[in-house]
Design a binder for this molecule. Structure first.
Ligand SMILES: Cc1cc2nc3c(=O)[nH]c(=O)nc-3n(C[C@H](O)[C@H](O)[C@H](O)COP(=O)(O)OP(=O)(O)OC[C@H]3O[C@@H](n4cnc5c(N)ncnc54)[C@H](O)[C@@H]3O)c2cc1C
Length: 400
C-alpha cells in the first residue's frame, strides 16, 4: 500500500512507525518542520532545561525505516477527487491513501494586541523569542518586570507557572541583578484552574502554586494587551512579559479547504467510525472530532487504531470500529510534585510526579528506540540553556 501522511507530530509519526512494520507498505511522511516536537516538555525547555527533550529530528526517527520517505513541505490544499495535495513549494503530491494529522494552532480569540505583544511556548521559534526578550530585559537593560503574566490555567499554563519563578531567579542571579521579589501571575477565565480535572484537584493545584509564589487569578478575562499593560477584567496589570498558553484552534488548512470537510462547532473535522473523512482520506489526532481529541495520547491511540485497521484490510479481515479511550492526565506542578487523574483515581504529590516521569519514558519510547528514548528522557533534568545568547540557534539540531 502507498500511504501519504501529512504531519510529523504524535499522530503522523506514530502511524508511520506502525505502518512501516509491514514491508508491503510504502509511506511518504510530509511535514512542514524537520523535527518531531514533544509538546509536554516544552515548558521545561522554555525554563532553561534541555532542548533535546522537546525536538527530535524526523530523519533520526526514520533512519532505519527503508519504507518511509520524509519530505519537508507545507501542504496548502487537497483535492480528494483527483487525490492530490498541493504544497507551498509549488509541488503537487498524488496519493493513494492520505492521512492528515496537522495538529492545532494558537488562537488569541481576536483579543486586541495579543498577537503582537504576547509570547508563546508552542514552538522553538516562540521559545527563542521569549528567551531573547528575557535576555534583553534582564541581561541588557538590567531590569526585572513588574509582573510576569501567564494567561491560561490549563496544563501548559500551570506547568509553566510552576517552573518560571525558579528560572527567573536563576537569571536574576546570573545577570547580577539586586534581590527583587519576582511576581508571577497566572490568569484564567474559568472559575478554577485545570477546568477539565476534578474540582478538588484544581483546589490542590491552586494551593501548590501559591506556595511556589504564584498569584493565581481565576474568573478573570483578558481584554487587551499593549507593550507594557495587560487589561484583565477592567484592571491593568503592568507587564512587558505576557505568555499566552490559552486558546487552541484547529489547523487553518481545514478552513482553507472547507468545501471538502464537515465540521463540528469547535472547528474539528467530522470523521466516521474508521476515522475517515472522505474517499481514502483519514483524519487523526487534534484535527478529528473525537471525544478526547486534543491530547497526545489520543493522537497515539488514533495512530494505533488506523495502522491496525490498514493491516486488517490488507489481511482481508473485518475492520474495527473506533472506540475513544479516556487517557490519564498528569500535570507536574514544580519539582517532584504533580497531580494525576484517571477515571476515579486521583493522586497528588511525589507519587504523581513519578507517574509523570514514567509517562514521559513511555511517551518518548512510543516514538524512539528505547535506548535513545531513555537518553532524551534523562536530558529533562539537565539545565542547559539557562542563559540565552543572541547567537543561539533558533532551531536546535539534535544528535544522538
Ligand atoms: C504546550 C503544550 C503542551 C502539551 N502537553 C500535553 C501533555 O502533557 N499531554 C498530552 O496528552 N497532550 C499534551 N498536549 C497536546 C498534544 O501535544 C497534542 O494533542 C498532540 O501533539 C496532537 O498530535 P497531532 O499529531 O494531532 O498533532 P501535532 O503533534 O501537533 O503534529 C502536527 C504536525 O503537523 C505539522 N503540520 C502542521 N501543518 C502542516 C501543513 N500544512 N503541512 C505539513 N505539515 C504540517 C506540524 O509541524 C506538526 O509536525 C500539549 C500541547 C501543547 C501545545
Amino acid at each position: 500500500m502507498n500511504i501519504t501522511i501529512v504531519g510529523g507530530g504524535f499522530g503522523g509519526v506514530k502511524t508511520a512507525l506502525e505502518l512501516a512494520k509491514e514491508p508491503y507498505n510504502h509511506i511518504t511522511l510530509i511535514s512542514d518542520k524537520p523535527d518531531f516536537q514533544y509538546y509536554p516538555a516544552l515548558y521545561g525547555t522554555a525554563t532553561g532545561h534541555s532542548k533535546l527533550q522537546s525536538w527530535v529530528p524526523l530523519g533520526e526517527i526514520f533512519a532505519q525505516k527503508n519504507n518511509v520517505d520524509v519530505l519537508i513541505d507545507t501542504i496548502t490544499t487537497i483535492d480528494p477527487d483527483t487525490k492530490t495535495l498541493t504544497a507551498k513549494s509549488g509541488q503537487r503530491y498524488g496519493y493513494d491513501t492520505c492521512i492528515l494529522a496537522l495538529g492545532a494552532v494558537t488562537t488569541y480569540f481576536g483579543i486586541e494586541g495579543l498577537d503582537t505583544f504576547a509570547y508563546g511556548i508552542k514552538s522553538s521559534e516562540e521559545i527563542t523569542r521569549l528567551k531573547h526578550h528575557l535576555y534583553e530585559e534582564m541581561g541588557e537593560r538590567h531590569m526585572i518586570d513588574k509582573h510576569y503574566v501567564i494567561v491560561g490555567g490549563g496544563p501548559t499554563g500551570v506547568e509553566l507557572a510552576s517552573a518560571l519563578g525558579a528560572y527567573l531567579e536563576r537569571l536574576r542571579i546570573h545577570y547580577k541583578l539586586p534581590h527583587h521579589k519576582i511576581r508571577i501571575n497566572l490568569v484564567e477565565a474559568s472559575p478554577r484552574l485545570l477546568p477539565r480535572m476534578h474540582e478538588k484537584t484544581s483546589a490542590k493545584v491552586k494551593r501548590r502554586l501559591e506556595k511556589l509564589g504564584v498569584n493565581v487569578e481565576t474568573g478573570k478575562v483578558v481584554q487587551s494587551a499593549t507593550a507594557d499593560t495587560l487589561m484583565v477584567s477592567g484592571r491593568p496589570i503592568k507587564s512587558h512579559t505576557v505568555i499566552w498558553t490559552s486558546g487552541v484552534a484547529n489547523n487553518p488548512f481545514y478552513k482553507a479547504n472547507e468545501h471538502h470537510f464537515e465540521f463540528i462547532k469547535n472547528g474539528k473535522v467530522v470523521v466516521d467510525e474508521h476515522l475517515k473523512a472522505g474517499k481514502d482520506l483519514y483524519i487523526i489526532g487534534d484535527n478529528a472530532a473525537t471525544p478526547f481529541s486534543g491530547l497526545a495520547q489520543t493522537a497515539l491511540h488514533d495512530a494505533l487504531f488506523l495502522a491496525d485497521n490498514f493491516k486488517r484490510h490488507h489481511d482481508r479481515q473485518s475492520l474495527k470500529k473506533y472506540k475513544a479511550v479516556m487517557p490519564p492526565v498528569v500535570v507536574p506542578v514544580g519539582e517532584n510534585w504533580a497531580v494525576f487523574e484517571w477515571r476515579k483515581l486521583r493522586l497528588s504529590g511525589w507519587v504523581a510526579s513519578m507517574i509523570r516521569r514514567a509517562a514521559d519514558v513511555v511517551g518518548y519510547s512510543d516514538i524512539l528506540p528505547f535506548g535513545y528514548a531513555f537518553d532524551v528522557w534523562r536530558s529533562q533534568r539537565i539545565l542547559e540553556d539557562e542563559y540565552f545568547t543572541p547567537t543561539a540557534p533558533a532551531t536546535p539540531s539534535v544528535k544522538k
